[in-house]
Design a binder for this molecule. Sequence first.
Ligand code: G1P
Length: 283
Amino acid sequence: MIRKAVIPAAGLGTRFLPATKSMPKEMLPIIDKPIIQFVVEEAIASGIEDIIIITGRGKRAIEDYFDTSPELETHLLQNGKYELLREVKDISSLADIHYIRQKEPKGLGDAVLKAEKHVGDEPFAVLLGDDIIKADIPCIKQLMNLFEKYSKPMIAVEKVPKEKVSSYGIIKGREIEKSVYFVDDIIEKPPLEEAPSNIGTVGRYVFTPEIFDCITETPPGKGNEIQLTDAIRILIEEEDVYGYAFEGKRYDAGDKIGYVKAIVDFALERDDLKEEVARYIKR
Ligand code: G1P
């Protein structure tokens, strides 16, 4: 049973500068909901009760966001804005959220390692804040279901366009049942010529605690950072790892085009916005 999720949110957000100079990229909104809330809600909808967010300097806004906000709540109450009040209160009671700080931005692998003590000796989920995934069954739940069957680490994967291969962890895998790959190798952001496939890893993983030892052994890799992908590469020497081509639509909200697409698609699904937005786009 997977009860805990780690959400790394310590990255510097350089792709969204200057906006992210003084605000966490995870707080960028898709219309009126910050990206990180989609990820937290996905974990909760998958039955996860305990969420560990890895933060860093300049990320206080995330903690404030999931905390209560007495002044705001009083203001909304006094002004009769009950609907908004309910929404604001709901956010602070979403889940049991814990925060751990990564003192230096030493990479995704290092960020996950910070959760070791809190996770302890049980399997856990990792959800990256840049990926927003719309799916009937939450993407991480799909991986958790498969974990029940295989009891081995699971990585969400998706075919990516050739020109994007060098932006992803790429697997070399064999499809052993529909949409399930046995991972023979994994490489972080290879140049297209060196990529073993165009099957990219997406920001959803289920790990067993063994990954922590592998991260500890991982030397700095791409960008001089401790890469989670490199740690998985060590892990597959000892243990089977599977990739799963999940069902759903993924938005790379950490990329400008992906972010704009997410905003447009979400607007077109909202009753309060869709007609006017559709009309505007057509025009
Ligand atoms: C990270 C990982 C990469 C993975 C990607 C998925 O990269 O390092 O392996 O494919 O997330 O979104 P980032 O996008 O943070 O550069």
